[in-house]
Write a protein that binds this ligand. Sequence first.
Ligand SMILES: Nc1ncnc2c1ncn2[C@@H]1O[C@H](COP(=O)(O)OP(=O)(O)O)[C@@H](O)[C@H]1O
Ligand SMILES: [Mg+2]
Length: 279
Amino acid sequence: MSLSTHALSVGYQRDVPVLHGLDLDFSRGQVTAILGANGCGKSTLFMTLLGILKPRSGEVRWQGTPLAYGKQALRELRQRVSMVFQDPDQQIFYTDVASDIAFSLRNLGMEESLIASRTEQALALVDGNALKSMPVQYLSHGQKKRVAIAGALVLEADMLLLDEPTAGLDPAGRRQMMALIKRISESGRRVVVSSHDIDFIYEVCDYLYVLSQGRLLAEGGRREVFLNPAMLEQAGLVQPWLVRLHTELGYPLYESEQAFFAAASPAHYPHASKQKEAV
Ligand SMILES: Nc1ncnc2c1ncn2[C@@H]1O[C@H](COP(=O)(O)OP(=O)(O)O)[C@@H](O)[C@H]1O
Ligand SMILES: [Mg+2]
């Protein structure tokens, strides 16, 4: 399973390209980040990956060959690579959760008993079994996002593209999304996440592409990308707070908040306990 771009340029109007000569390979990591400020081209990239937009030059390659834009080829691609839009209302069409999730399977003419078990599995993965019989209009934004993800998972695609999965989520919803992405990647699927939520991306992604105004500014593993504050600033971003603790205060570099709080007890950091007393 491989999806990549080669010298990919995309634009909406004739003379103003939005993406410039991108070489990206989504099989480098299990969870790949497209990291960049608002307007850098993340959603445009995702729409191009799925063949909704066509490149101006360069190409998207699927399984090593240039994407074909015929109806049948695109339908096959979209069964293997599923996208979840930033706004779940763009994706949810039915008034009840189960029908919405089953929609794409009914479209394929799948047998009802199989649809029911697939729907059940997809809902379990997003921790959404309690939502199954709920009317969509009563769901919170975060619950709708999970339903939209279940709708993408139900096809059992090999790759999931999540466009700004934490946008509009409260802290609990954000934590839940983090656990959900880990669960999906552990189930063997590759995930691509677009975001400017730097602390979220730091904990979730293992390979990163940083975009600035449609150009590739940097790529690499977490250390390569996050230990470069000047580059992040150029992209309109900042270092994750766990990385700042390391670079600015000399703490070890922790990979997650959980690891930090488990290790950083006042016994290890006497100055931390003094500060606590002073408060
Ligand atoms: N339908 C469109 N027509 C013209 N320009 C667009 C359209 N959609 C997005 N753009 C422009 O393309 C650039 C990248 O947008 P987008 O891909 O939405 O960025 P991001 O998702 O990173 O916020 C922006 O300058 C935006 O104004
Ligand atoms: Mg966007």
